[in-house]
Design a protein around this ligand. Structure first.
Ligand SMILES: *Cc1c(COP(=O)(O)O)cnc(C)c1O
Length: 414
């Protein structure tokens, strides 16, 4: 990681991190995070922050969220012992099964959480952005459940690439608006959703899909995704009889990873490892690995690590996995990585597809291509750490990826 330019006191920041002091009052995770937005957005973000402070700790809100998580999302999700992978890798492998959550991935935890919060704050309609369509589907489902109208912005290129998810959102009652400006993909969709929100910040609530964006989004998304790690930590103690040696997750914006990692951060004997989209190689434009290859800068309201050229122009990214294909990463990951609490590496397209195939064939679980990056990374880690106990965040199921898998893994085989 190229953070030499940042003068940071790693030891002090680590101590603050372990004491749970981030984000601070300015919405910062050490040097990262904050709020780099037009003036017009500041009052709306302030109101949201105040709302979070008042509502999240409220026992009635907690009970309402807990009821939805248990009876509609399907929580707690199981912890599965992966017997064959354990044998093949020479390790002890455990899987936290977010693929079994409603709509097939962890994203629903955040969508229903923010949806309930929006209702409490008196919002009349929801807007959201989506890239691959997974967050759009989760948000459309949450809005249908809560009786809120929902508008999802989606890049016109993504709408073509992810046509089945567009249909799913429509069936769930959402309006899907094509975004034809900018890069016509996720970045442009986020910009458009923010624009919509600014035009009516009281009546509209913006449900952002990952642990990115201006404060308080990275914090709020983490709080709604933390349930993954809280459950997994207790399940490891109950089922494995011990904490894992290492916790592994894939990192796009970083929401499933921070949700799984966060409750383990104070367990300093537990290693945390994030795997990003290595695409086809380490060159600029060949991947979407912002921790591995990024430099500090501002993207969509937040100071973090991002893929940019020497003039600060954000770079095109490349990955076989639509859900990891984003040029930035959440500020909390940037902090944890820069102080050495989080290890990270890139997993490339080919090795991830191979790992997807292995998990499917030997555990009877077809993971999402995003998730497969975590498997590729975990497998490499096991090879150099024989006998280790590994917890992998199985962030989602791979059924949505069949068109891509037909073109890649299955090419010539069907
Ligand atoms: C969206 C998605 C991701 C990447 O998003 P994060 O915010 O980094 O978690 C990972 N896995 C699955 C299954 C997804 O749908």
């Amino acid at each position: 990681m190229k953070t030499q330019a940042l003068k940071i006191d790693r030891e002090a920041l680590l101590a603050q991190t372990l004491r749970g002091e981030f984000p601070d009052a300015r919405g910062r995770f050490g040097p990262f995070g904050g709020r780099y937005v037009p003036e017009t957005l500041v009052p709306a973000l302030d109101r949201l922050e105040q709302g979070i402070r008042d509502i999240l700790p409220d026992p009635a809100f907690k009970a309402e969220l807990d009821l939805q998580l248990r009876t509609w999302v399907g929580r707690p999700t199981p912890l599965t012992y992966a017997a064959t992978l354990s044998q093949r890798w020479g390790a002890e492998v455990w899987l936290k099964r977010e693929d079994l959550a409603h709509t097939g991935a962890h994203k629903i935890n955040n969508a229903i959480g923010q949806g309930l919060l929006a209702k409490r704050l008196g919002a009349k309609r929801i807007v959201a952005e989506t890239g691959a369509g997974q967050h759009g589907v989760a948000t459309a489902a949450a809005c249908a459940r809560l009786g809120m109208p929902c508008t999802v912005y989606m890049g016109s290129i993504d709408m073509e690439r992810q046509a089945p998810n567009v249909g799913r959102m429509k069936l769930l009652g959402a309006e899907v608006v094509p975004v034809t400006g900018g890069d016509k993909t996720l970045r442009a969709a986020i910009d458009e959703a923010l624009r919509d929100w600014v035009s009516d910040p009281n009546g509209t609530f913006y449900i952002l899909g990952s642990a990115v964006g201006p404060h308080p989004y990275p914090y709020m998304v983490r709080e709604f995704q933390r349930v993954i790690g809280v459950e997994a930590r207790a399940q490891m103690l109950a089922q494995a009889g011990a904490l894992p040696d290492v916790v592994v997750a894939c990192v796009g914006g970083g929401s499933n990873a921070i949700g799984l990692f966060h409750p383990f951060v104070p367990d300093t004997e537990v290693k945390l490892l994030g795997f990003e989209a290595g695409g086809i190689g380490p060159g600029l434009g060949q991947n979407a690995a912002s921790l591995a290859y990024g430099t500090p800068g501002v993207l969509q309201g937040c100071y973090s690590l991002l893929l940019q050229d020497e003039h600060g122009q954000v770079q095109e990214t490349q990955s076989v996995s639509a859900g990891l294909d984003y040029p930035g990463v959440g500020p909390e990951h940037a902090l944890l990585a820069s102080i050495g609490r989080l290890g990270f590496a890139a997993a490339e397209d080919d090795e991830s597809l191979e790992a997807l195939s292995e998990c499917s064939r030997y555990e009877g679980i077809l993971p999402a291509i995003e998730t497969a990056h975590a498997f590729a990374g975990a497998r490499k880690y096991a090879a150099s750490n024989p006998g280790c106990r590994i917890l992998i965040g199985l962030s989602g199921r791979g059924d949505k990826d069949m068109p891509t898998l037909q073109r890649t893994l299955l090419k010539g085989k069907t």
